[in-house]
Design a protein around this ligand. Structure first.
Ligand code: PLP
Length: 435
C-alpha cells in the first residue's frame, strides 16, 4: 500500500473545468441513487475530435479507419456518437453483433480470441472482416468461405493474446499461395498502455512484416495499446500523443515504401473512453479507525470495477459532501471498503488520502472509469451491478442502464429443480405440439 500515491484533483480542474458538474451529480444522486456510473457524451466527442485533428494534421484523412472495441464499454447509448464520425466498432461475440444491429450500428470489424468453425462461418456470413488467430482457423476459412476477406492477427510481439506467431508467418504465406489468395489485412496488438515512443518503435516492426511477407496486403491494423495516464490530472497530458505518433507513421510509411492505397486501421479503447466516465459511490459511515489501518465504508465493491484490482490501477478520486462540494479538510490515508465480507473487497487497490471528517451522507467520485469498468462487473459477491447515466452534449441527463436488481445473481435459478431426463421428454412434447 502506498498512501502517498493517492491523488486528489482540485475542484478547479474537475468539478468546474471538467465535464463533471456539481449540479449534475446532485440530480443524478437524487433521481438514480448510487452506485452509478456517469458518462459524458461531450468528453467522448472531444476525445474523438482530438484524434481527428491529429489525422488531419498528418494528411491521413483518406487513409485511416478507427474501430473502437465494444467490450471495454459495452453500452450502445454511450458509443452512438461514434457513428457520426465514421468510427466503427470492434466485436468479438455474435450477441454483441445482434444487440448493436438492433441499435442501428452497421460498421464493424471482428477481432476475437480463437474461433470455432461454427463461429467462423457465422462471421463469414455477415461479410464483416474477421481477424483470425491460428493457421487452422485460416485454412477452415479458405476451404469453406472462398469469398471471405482474409484478415489475420499476429502475436509476434508477445502480447500474450491469441495470434499467429512470428515463426508461423512463412507457413501462412505458403498457405495463402496454395489457395491462390492474398492477405487483406493483418493486425498486431502489442499490449496495453504503451508510451508514444513504444508505439512508434512498433510501427517499424509492422512495416517490416508487411514488406517481407505480405507486400500485397490492402490494410494494416495497428490495434490498440495507446497509453492513457490514469494518475495524471492534466487532461492533455493524460492522453496519447496522436500527432507525434501519426507524423512518425507517415514518415516510416514513406521510408518502407508502403503503397499509398494501403489503409491504416486503429482500435483505441482507453484513450478514447477512459475519461468519459466516473463512478459515484455513497459513503456509509464515519471513518473506521484501527491503529495503522483506517477504512472508509462505501456502497461500492471490487466487483463493480474488478480491472482496477487486477491491474493494480490507481485512479484519481474526489470526496464530496452531501451538496456535492469537494471536501477540503485534513486528509489521512485510508482503504476504501466495499460492501462485501471478503478480506479483499476494496473498491480500489491501496490506500487513498481521505478527509478525516468523512461520514454518512458524503460521496466519493472515482474518475476515469469509462473503459474496462462497468462492463467488467462480476457477480461472485452477489452484489448487483451499478446503474449507468449519460449526460448528452446539451447537458440533459439520461438513465441508460437501470440498477441491477437485488435478485440479479439468481435470475436463471429455477424455482424448482427439474430432472434432466424429463426435461428432454418435455421439450420433444413441446416441439410435437408446435409442428
Ligand atoms: C485486439 C484489441 N484491440 C484493441 C484493444 C484496445 O486496447 P487499448 O484499450 O489499449 O486501446 C484491445 C484491448 O484489449 C484488444 O485486445
Amino acid at each position: 500500500m502506498n498512501p502517498t500515491a493517492a491523488t486528489v484533483p482540485t475542484i478547479d480542474n474537475q468539478l468546474v473545468n471538467g465535464w463533471i458538474s456539481k449540479s449534475n451529480l446532485a440530480l443524478i444522486a437524487q433521481r438514480t441513487g448510487t452506485p452509478v456510473f456517469v458518462y459524458s457524451e461531450a468528453q467522448l466527442v472531444k476525445n474523438v475530435q482530438r484524434i481527428k485533428d491529429a489525422v488531419q494534421a498528418a494528411g491521413l484523412e483518406n487513409r485511416v479507419e478507427f474501430y473502437v472495441p465494444f467490450f471495454p464499454n459495452s453500452n450502445p447509448h454511450i458509443l452512438k456518437p461514434l457513428e457520426q464520425f465514421g468510427i466503427g466498432l470492434l466485436l468479438q461475440l455474435p450477441s454483441e453483433y445482434e444487440l448493436l444491429r438492433r441499435h442501428g450500428f452497421s460498421k464493424f470489424i471482428v477481432s476475437t480470441g480463437h474461433l470455432s468453425d461454427d463461429d467462423i462461418s457465422f462471421w463469414a456470413e455477415t461479410g464483416y472482416p474477421m481477424f483470425l488467430s491460428s493457421l487452422d482457423e485460416i485454412e477452415y476459412l479458405l476451404r469453406n468461405h472462398s469469398q471471405a476477406s482474409i484478415n489475420v492477427r499476429f502475436d509476434s510481439l508477445s502480447s500474450g493474446k491469441p495470434g499467429i506467431k512470428y515463426n508461423e508467418l512463412k507457413m501462412l504465406s505458403d498457405l495463402l499461395k496454395k489457395y491462390d489468395r492474398e492477405l487483406d489485412c493483418f493486425e498486431l496488438y502489442c499490449g496495453s498502455g504503451n508510451t508514444v515512443d513504444n508505439m512508434i518503435s512498433i510501427i517499424e516492426q509492422v512495416f517490416m512484416i508487411f514488406r517481407t511477407y505480405f507486400p500485397n496486403a490492402k490494410a494494416i491494423n495497428f490495434a490498440g495499446g495507446f497509453g492513457f495516464d490514469y494518475q495524471e490530472k492534466n487532461e492533455y497530458k493524460k492522453h496519447f500523443e496522436w500527432s507525434k505518433y501519426l507524423a512518425k507513421l507517415c514518415e516510416n510509411a514513406e521510408r518502407y515504401n508502403i503503397p499509398p492505397h494501403v489503409k491504416f486501421l486503429f482500435e483505441p479503447a482507453r484513450d478514447l473512453l477512459g475519461d468519459i466516465g466516473a463512478l459515484l459511490l455513497s459513503i456509509e459511515r464515519s471513518m473506521i479507525k484501527h491503529p495503522g489501518a483506517n477504512r472508509v465504508l462505501t456502497n461500492g465493491s471490487r466487483v463493480l470495477i474488478p480491472s482496477a484490482q487486477y491491474k493494480e490501477r490507481r485512479h484519481n478520486v474526489i470526496f464530496l459532501d452531501s451538496t456535492m462540494t469537494e471536501i477540503k479538510a485534513q486528509n489521512v490515508p485510508a482503504a476504501l471498503r466495499g460492501r462485501g465480507i471478503l478480506r479483499h473487497d476494496y473498491v480500489l487497490p491501496g490506500d487513498y488520502m481521505v478527509p478525516e471528517c468523512i461520514g454518512a451522507g458524503d460521496y466519493m467520485l472515482i474518475l476515469d472509469v469509462g473503459a474496462y469498468c462497468a462492463t467488467q462487473h462480476m457477480e461472485f459477491l452477489n452484489i448487483p451491478p451499478a446503474a449507468e447515466v449519460l449526460i448528452d452534449r446539451e447537458g440533459s441527463v439520461y438513465l441508460i442502464t437501470e440498477h441491477g436488481g437485488k435478485f440479479d445473481k439468481w435470475r436463471h435459478l429455477l424455482p424448482n429443480r427439474k430432472e434432466l431426463s424429463n426435461l428432454v421428454e418435455e421439450e420433444s412434447a413441446v416441439q410435437e405440439v408446435s409442428k
